[in-house]
Design a protein around this ligand. Structure first.
Ligand code: ZN
Length: 221
């Protein structure tokens, strides 16, 4: 995917689609549900731009690699370069948009990799592993520590989180990330998933939304 057909509130995005920097276990309740320890510093991993697909109507999941889990997350679009531990003001200024997204995870594959202490790419970076809805503008939310994210599947709410429960809130998280990986316009930060993850099945109908914003429906193929 490129951002060619992506919009921020109706305005085309001119950035190239970059990498997606993700944080694992950023909500204590979610870390507990998978029997993971709550990390003392952000657990970061990167999904390449090649695994990003738009959330518009339908998307496909792998059929032959065990269970595919949904993880609804607040995605942040970076619009200006950030590196070397930028100030909170610089980060705020660099945020171009927010969108709901799905960090898809091959949970069985990941469990095996974790057992052996191996990297997570096979479980996290396959084609189609990041499903991204359209963005709203970066100034949509006055308080970044109060953004709701909700996922319903087949009419039932499965995840209903809020950025206030993040162990690493959005601004310090992006400051930390930029201290390790330079961020470029077009990169996306995926800020972790709240409690309630589970398997996604072909035929599921889902709706994902940021609180107070338009919801996006999609069909799982
Ligand atoms: Zn995630």
């Amino acid at each position: 995917m490129s951002y060619q057909h992506q919009y921020i509130d109706g305005t085309p995005i001119h950035f190239p689609l970059g990498k997606v920097v993700c944080v694992g276990r950023n909500y204590a309740e979610h870390a507990k549900e998978l029997n993971n320890p709550v990390p003392t510093e952000p657990l970061l991993f990167i999904k390449p731009g090649s695994c990003v697909v738009p959330l518009d109507g339908s998307f496909a999941i792998p059929q032959d690699r065990g269970s595919v889990h949904y993880e609804a997350e607040i995605a942040v679009l970076i619009g200006k370069p950030l590196s070397r531990q930028p100030s909170a003001e610089e980060v705020l200024d660099a945020i171009s948009g927010f969108a709901p997204a799905l960090d898809l995870t091959l949970r069985d594959v990941q469990a095996k990799l974790k057992e052996k202490g191996l990297p997570w790419e096979l479980a996290k970076s396959f084609d189609g592993a990041f499903v991204l809805a359209p963005f709203v503008t970066g100034d949509t939310f006055v308080d970044l520590t109060d953004i709701g994210i909700r996922l319903s599947i087949n009419g039932e709410v499965r995840q209903d989180g809020n950025s206030r429960d993040m162990l690493n809130p959005i601004l310090p998280l992006i400051q930390h990330i930029a201290g390790h990986f330079s961020l470029q316009p077009g990169d996306v930060i995926s800020t972790g998933t709240p409690v309630g993850v589970g398997p996604l099945l072909s035929g599921d109908n889902l709706v994902i939304e940021l609180a107070g914003q338009k919801g996006f429906a999609s069909n799982v193929l």
